[in-house]
Design a protein around this ligand. Structure first.
Ligand SMILES: [Zn+2]
Length: 326
């Protein structure tokens, strides 16, 4: 028996950890970006950092119960907050009440001293995943947008993530489209997130319904309870021909295209890849984003603008985290 051959038949893998405000999803990911195994636990985000770290370590042990440590090439983490890649320090992640600054990378490294450990911002990690294994595989430079609860982003230039000197680059959601516009959580006014982030989009839909005198399918879909409005409901109503729902989504697409045009003009990167929960929106929303973007960018960019759907969905976090150490 050729032992080397037998050994090399075992897939090498990296561990990718997607640290979220409610769950931690951890997977073993093969070097071609396939998730071989994954598990998830409650992130215990309301407790001390050590409780969260214990949960992370628990998921790593769960992977190593299934796959031998000898085949693991490293451990990567996608985390909310601003990350100092050197030392894997996580600063003020939203939804983690008791975290200020936590040396997350170091804590994992102490438990697993034999492996490279890398920590990166969660939006950046998803952008990296799309770049290496998803919709951006054939595209050297693009702007990645996570359109969900908030509006996050990452910038890929020449197949690498652009972090900026302090790691804070890519905050597409806080491009202001109206300096006297809606108040955003960040303190600024008119940020694109304050119009099209999940909560704001639902809230603006409620406001319009309360003013509207025509019947809307949205109201029927939530049995008259307007607090139940979510982007998926608005999409369903739009697909069934509801005009108000369709207008709201088209407007959201136009606003996003407007914000993106500033980013395209600034960076000379004419391709946008859009992921996140709301990116499941119907094609006409993507058409609205593209038309708005095309109309607003400077002339030299017009022939090159493209808006694509992300491909990796909810797995982008795990795959991108794993690819940090591949
Ligand atoms: Zn903002």
């Amino acid at each position: 028996v050729d032992e080397t051959k037998t050994l090399s038949a075992m897939p090498k893998f990296a561990i990718g950890i997607d640290l979220g405000g409610t769950t931690i999803k951890t997977g073993s990911v093969s070097l071609d970006g396939t998730i071989l195994f994954d598990c998830s636990v409650d992130s215990r985000a309301n407790e001390n950092p050590s409780a969260v770290i214990d949960q992370i370590l628990l998921t790593i042990r769960t992977v190593f119960d299934q796959y031998p440590q000898a085949d693991c090439v490293g451990i990567g983490v996608g985390s909310p907050g601003i990350i100092t890649v050197e030392g894997g320090i996580v600063q003020y992640p939203p939804n983690f009440a008791l975290w200020t600054e936590v040396a997350l990378g170091k804590r994992i490294q102490q438990a697993y001293p034999d492996f490279p450990v890398m920590v990166e911002n969660d939006a950046n990690v998803a952008a990296i995943a799309e770049s290496r294994f998803g919709a951006g595989k054939e595209i050297d430079s693009f702007i990645f947008i996570i359109w969900g609860t908030g509006v996050g982003g990452g910038i890929i230039i020449n197949n690498s993530i652009f972090r900026g000197p302090s790691g804070g680059a890519g905050e597409i959601g806080h491009i202001s489209v109206d300096c006297a516009g809606r108040q955003c959580n960040c303190g600024n006014k008119g940020c694109i997130e304050a119009y099209i982030g999940q909560r704001y989009l639902s809230q603006r839909t409620r406001e319009q319904l309360e003013r509207s005198t025509t019947r809307s399918r949205i109201v029927e879909l939530v049995d008259g309870d307007l607090t139940k409005i979510e982007p998926i409901i608005i999409s369903m109503a739009a697909m069934e021909g509801d005009e108000l729902a369709r207008n709201i989504l088209v407007e959201a697409g136009e606003l996003l295209g407007c914000a993106l045009s500033s980013a395209v003009n600034l960076l000379d990167v004419p391709v946008a890849i859009i992921g996140g929960g709301i990116s499941a929106a119907p094609d006409f929303v993507f058409d609205a984003i593209l038309t708005s973007l095309h109309d607003r960018v400077m002339a030299p960019h017009k022939p090159n603008v493209r808006v694509l759907r992300a491909k990796l969905g909810n797995s982008a976090g795990m795959i991108g985290a794993a690819s940090l150490v591949m």
